[in-house]
Design a protein around this ligand. Structure first.
Ligand code: CTP
Length: 472
């Protein structure tokens, strides 16, 4: 098969002539070829395998490229990288690796193209296209990767135990590709993951998180989380989520299985947002339910305080996975903490004051919070489904109405601390805070409009109540 049309980018011709000049064979492999054949968006990463020195080839390519870009060399790995336009060209020499039982450091020897292909993770990632003039555009597929692409299968080129022990992250990659591409993992490979899942322990958290993100960014993330659970990986990586599994029954009273519920919420939200942090929120919104679960004869199953507990767990989870403890983490915490607020509000008589308080507390995250709550509706009862959605629709309408009038979302106190100090000739003191809080409460409750004059009048009244005297 000839795939010259996969090599439209002029950079391939330059690699081709550079390789011919050095008399080195070279190929484009991996994700670029796979995604081209799948007609997916081809990434900006192009992996080149040289039968010989990848570093020498990279230097020659850089010499022949306009503006001679810099070559970054990673000696330990024998790789080189060139950034050119918005493309990242990665060069590596083909290797044949033999692993010894008790060492994780492979003894690396130079190898043929096929040696290199068979030590890659999956057949669909082991497809190569020739770049020398003699074989320009020729597809080299010794492990039937093309057939596996057509049949939508994730298969390892070697015995799966060998492929996975070479790099245990590949177990996670198998699940990630199965989720991203909606492919099936070959039965033998799946069994091998179930046998080897504990070896994920030797992989850095950063690499694990990259794969988790890619699973969450997929159109239907539940595919990945179900596979993670089935293979045992989830319990190692995210035990907070597996803890949600199961239904307890006491005296005929059952609660829902919060694991499957969570996955439904994640899939639902993924139809409405590509914001991966909002998707994380959906995944974690109920994690506080496992440690707060209680049964009482009077009310049945309860999860009191699960939102606060869950938001605290978010911090520990991010820390354990070495994810940055930054504003994104705070955003996830905040939404988990507030995740029941709109529901509580919608099930009562929806007052303007309650809507104002919700908008005030959520601030700029209010839209995302509503999206989370709508995704949280997983009832199979069509009457209830409609009713809950309708309640949220009313909340949203009220939010627009209240916001237009009261501008609560990015609330700024209508009377400043300085104005209070001037009015009562004060130095910084407790009373200023009390007056500000009183004004804010009056606005949220709807006793006064969010306007300067009304707030100023209230300030004077409250100050006098506190025994202060005005300047005039
Ligand atoms: N590879 C591998 N084992 C790994 C990681 C990568 O065999 N643990 C090989 C695969 O052939 C893969 C190629 O290296 O196709 C490039 O890896 P990478 O850039 O991580 O992945 P892509 O396949 O390009 O896919 P994506 O860009 O979606 O991550």
């Amino acid at each position: 098969m000839n795939l010259k049309h996969a090599l439209k980018n002029p950079v391939f011709k330059i690699i081709s002539s550079s390789a011919d000049e050095l008399g080195i064979e070279c190929y484009v492999v991996g994700g670029y070829v796979r995604d081209f054949l799948l007609e997916r968006n081809i990434g900006q990463d192009i992996d080149i395998v040289a039968i010989g020195s990848g570093i020498e080839l990279a230097k020659q390519v850089a010499k022949n490229l306009p503006n001679q870009p810099k070559v970054s060399i990673f000696k330990t790995y024998g790789t080189a990288m060139i950034r050119y336009d918005d493309i990242e060209l990665e060069f590596v020499g083909a290797r044949k690796e033999s692993y010894t039982e008790n060492s994780r450091n492979p003894e690396v020897e130079n190898g043929t193209l096929e040696d290199d292909q068979k030590r890659r993770d999956f057949t669909i990632n082991a497809l190569a296209i020739g770049l020398n003039t003699s074989n320009y555009g020729t597809l080299l597929d010794p492990f039937n990767g093309l057939k596996d692409l057509e049949n939508k299968r994730i298969v390892t080129p070697l015995e799966p135990n060998i492929t996975f022990s070479d790099d245990p992250l590949r177990m996670l990659r198998a699940i990630r590709f199965a989720t991203q591409l909606e492919f099936e993992i070959d039965q033998k490979s799946l069994e091998a993951i179930k046998e080897n899942f504990q070896r994920i322990d030797i992989i850095t958290k950063e690499r694990i998180v990259v794969e988790l993100h890619k699973i969450l960014e997929s159109p239907k993330p539940s595919i990945g989380f179900l596979l993670l659970e089935k293979t045992g990986l989830l319990d190692i990586i995210l035990p907070e989520i597996t803890a949600l599994k199961g239904i307890d029954e006491v005296e005929g009273q059952r609660h829902k299985d919060n694991f499957y519920h969570t996955l439904e919420v994640v899939d639902n939200i993924s139809n409405h947002t590509n914001n991966v942090w909002l998707r994380w929120t959906a995944l974690l919104h109920d994690i506080g339910k496992a440690p707060t679960k209680k049964f009482s004869k009077k009310v049945g199953w309860t999860f009191h305080g699960h939102e606060l507990k869950g938001s605290k767990m978010v911090y520990h989870l991010f820390k354990r996975l070495k994810m940055p403890l930054n504003n994104k983490m705070k955003y996830v915490q905040k939404l988990v903490f507030m995740s029941s607020r709109p529901i509580a509000l919608a099930s009562e008589n929806i007052t303007d004051a309650a809507v104002r308080r919700l908008v005030f507390d959520a601030g700029d995250s209010i839209e995302d919070l509503m999206t989370l709550c709508e995704a949280d509706i997983t009832t199979k009862n069509p009457r209830k489904f409609k009713k809950y959605h309708n309640n949220f629709k009313i909340v949203r309408e009220k939010m627009v109405e209240v916001e237009e009038r009261d501008r609560i979302r990015n609330f700024q106190p209508p009377v400043t601390g300085e104005e209070i100090m001037n009015a009562f000739q004060l130095k910084p003191c407790r009373e200023i805070g009390i007056i500000k809080e009183h004004i804010k409460e009056a606005i949220l409750e709807g006793h006064i409009p969010n306007e300067h004059q009304a707030a100023y009048d209230l300030m004077l009244k409250k100050g006098i109540e506190l025994g202060l005297t005005t300047a005039s």
